[in-house]
Design a protein around this ligand. Structure first.
Ligand SMILES: [Zn+2]
Length: 80
């Protein structure tokens, strides 16, 4: 099992290294929405979790600054 896999921040490209304390995970999805509608864009974020970090579609973030950047980008794309 390759638990030593190195992740890079999906915003700034920084390598994770050994320090996972300040890292975050984020997912972009949609709410369930009303029947017949597509739902609203939704951003989910959680502290680093080694198991969840392997999930497909998850974004890896090196800290609060990059989490904020990701959210700003997401809001500019998803906002109405
Ligand atoms: Zn970063």
């Amino acid at each position: 099992m390759s638990w030593t896999e190195t992740y890079h921040c999906d915003v700034c490209g920084k390598a994770q290294g050994d320090a996972t304390g300040d890292w975050w995970l984020a997912w972009m999805g949609t709410t369930a929405g009303e029947p017949g509608s597509e739902g609203e864009p939704m951003l989910k974020m959680t502290g680093w979790n080694q198991t969840l970090s392997h999930a497909a579609e998850v974004r890896h973030l090196c800290g609060a600054r990059c989490a904020q950047t990701l959210m700003d980008r997401w809001m500019s794309v998803s906002g109405s």
